[in-house]
Design a protein around this ligand. Sequence first.
Ligand SMILES: [Zn+2]
Ligand SMILES: [Zn+2]
Length: 293
Amino acid sequence: MSTMFHRRLLMALLVSLAFAAFPASTTYADHSWNGYHWARTANPFNLKLGDNVSSAWDSYLTTTASSNAYGWGWSSVLNTSIDSGKNLSNLRKCPPTSGRVEVCSYKYGTNGWLGLAQIWISSSHITQGVVKLNDSYFDNSRYPKYNTAPWRNLVMCQEVGHTFGLDHQDETFNNPNLETCMDYTNDPSTNQYPNQHDYDQLAAIYAHPDSTTTVGQTVQSGPGKGKLPPSLTDPDSDDPVQLGTAQWGKLIRSTNNGRTELYELDLGRGHKVLTHVIWADPEDLPAPARGRR
Ligand SMILES: [Zn+2]
Ligand SMILES: [Zn+2]
């Protein structure tokens, strides 16, 4: 009898241990971008996206900013609204504006990258963000593959998603799609919009209130806040063929033979600029760009 009792106790113990070993990880993927987040005192907070994109991109910006299930505004913790852009006469540099995200499209050159997202960090708080969409691929008859709704949706949605502090859910191009724009793929047809894991991750990142806010701030102070570091104001600073990628700082992560890369520029005193870059398929690049690696 006592042996039986002990056996049952042991079984109960093993069962509870098995459950304890797989808690949240099976519930949703952890893909926060190093815990970076906008400081705000309450949820939902409203983040303005500056519209500096061409008319060909307008509907994609509207989709990703919408509050329906195709947009980031579907999240319970944040709303996004489209505001007039501050960079319409300065699309090439597309400088940041404190407290919001500027989204720019421009022919940045056939330098290899389709899009990038940059966030300025003060300690762990995001203070401003920039998204650049490279029309040298999206609006170029030599690359018809990218001038499609799925590719435009994926890149717009993913780069804007990075500016909230989200990382990729998956970085392998040729495995089954996770049905989120935060998943790399060679076929974006089913990876055009956020999925529930993204909204769950946002809820986790923004679960805690802050005592201060970095959203909507117009006061410009501190290094890197409201202005570009010198290396990023160079007119050709986003053309790695001409200048290399050094202007984005140190390469801190590279996957898929360099098709996805993350750079970090340290401005000192806890201030950093981080740049997420999605590169075009190497087969789509002209010979000089293909040879740069
Ligand atoms: Zn915080
Ligand atoms: Zn990305």
